[in-house]
Design a protein around this ligand. Sequence first.
Ligand code: ATP
Ligand code: MG
Length: 557
Amino acid sequence: MPVKSPYPDFEIPDTDIWSFLFERNDRAFPDDKELFVDADTKRSYTFGQLRDSAVTFAHGLKATWNWKKGDVLVIFSPNCVDTPTLMYGVAWTGGVISPANPTYTVDELAFQLGNSEAKALATQRALLPVAREAAKKVGLPEDRIILIGDERDPTGMVKHFTSIRNISGTTRFRRQRVDAKKDVAYLVYSSGTTGFPKGVMLSHRNIVANILQCKHTEGRYLSWNGNADGKGDRILGLLPFFHIYGLTCILHVSVHAGYAVYVMPKFEIEKFCSHVQNYRITFIFVAPPVILLLGKHPVVDKYDLSSLRMLNSGAAPLTRELVQTASARIKVPIKQGYGLTETSPTTHTQTWEDWDKDIGSVGQLHPNMEAKYMTTPEDDSEPQEVPVGQVGELWMRGPNVFMGYHKNKKATDGCLTPDGWFMTGDVGYQDKDGKFFITDRIKELIKYKGFQVPPAELEGILLDNELIDDVAVIGVHSEQHACEVPRAYVVRSAASKASGVSDADEAAKIVAWIHDKVAQHKRLRGGVRFVDAIPKSVSGKILRRVLKDQAKKEDEK
Ligand code: ATP
Ligand code: MG
């Protein structure tokens, strides 16, 4: 039997994002509540300023390009306090936002512009060369590029969004009617961890549902005007706004709840610590690489992080060992949540009370959701539900489950059942108390002689070794064993490097160290290799496919 969320269901209003956030009559905080502050320059928007900025931008879009429902704006930019204006301006028009990763190459951006059929592209001055090239590739005219941020285009060819905002003068446009269930609001590309990113279509209702689900599970602990010093919670906006985790959990939820977000365009550990200290930040959404640095980086000791009430990690596996080390060092509780682009994104989170009782768990299911664990047959047979406690593939159903992949019926049919279940591709189990555990992705499990080895589990154990600063485990083919075997790619710690022990000896030491700590099929039969850094995506995921390519080359030699 599928399990239901332990929280009571609630009604999700049948309304579009703009009306839901800006035309509500139950808003508790005032117009002049500060919402988005640039953590470096302090340039900011209050709620009222954001609303006015978005409406005038929407009018500018209509006057300039006759912007209509369904028209797509791609935003190609690091986090910026101007981004919400674009997002909500487009929401006002009934258009679609498709945010792009600012580290994309010309070809990657061109793919998204083409696949999403973008009508315009917003970027910042530093990224103009890539933006121009990519636009040219797909035939998007240069005058469809606009700039946000503090810098203007020195040639004057590319307009700044503030000039678009002023274009419509006194003309007033009417809003087009939006169908919250059927109209796409966001076309967000998944991280591309397992292959090419897929365009995930999220409706207005999907986003509205997840804002309310997050407010129910997380918002119960946060406040726009209370807590700590009585001035309201302050969040560090370091997760990328181009990824669904930052987009919903930071941007939309804060506009709905009135939290102040200190926006960071780029993550650096020292800046992170100094912003927490200087702005007395109370809560942060992060990904596991940040927790790793908080647990191990020497600079962390120089800063006062005592204003932090909680950290929430999501986007990739976070192991028990890492939580324990980092939270003991910084004396801040660390909990975990889980979700996917396809679920808008959050589906699970630990409660603040239980963070240290069920470390390693992603917590309980969000309200209005159901979940079950299923078998994943390799042949054509039907998947079967597995009993509570046993490992299976997680399937979920709820109002935040996406509409389908853009122009990719095959992929959509491969993971959405006709009765609304979404097959996540992640494996895990549920314990008898209703706590969920995610062990790994099906595609990343290493198969050693028919036994499954989750790389994330080995990584968690290895990170506990003081010779190791960071690690990723992959499966490599072994002639000797005639199957895949686990191999660890390791960044040696400063202490390990200083010891003068050779790579070969250190590798042997690590293999021997983990030997008795794991079941025999999980031993590092593929050995240990040393690298300077583990390749990771901006959203915090280990890019195992990069290491797999590297391993192939190493093994060919
Ligand atoms: P793609 O689907 O393009 O290959 P992706 O799945 O990495 O990329 P996202 O939607 O950004 O793209 O990430 C969702 C995935 O992140 C989940 O399927 C899961 O594997 C992983 N994930 C998220 N949160 C957690 C968590 N707390 N623990 C373990 N894994 C997590
Ligand atoms: Mg995915």
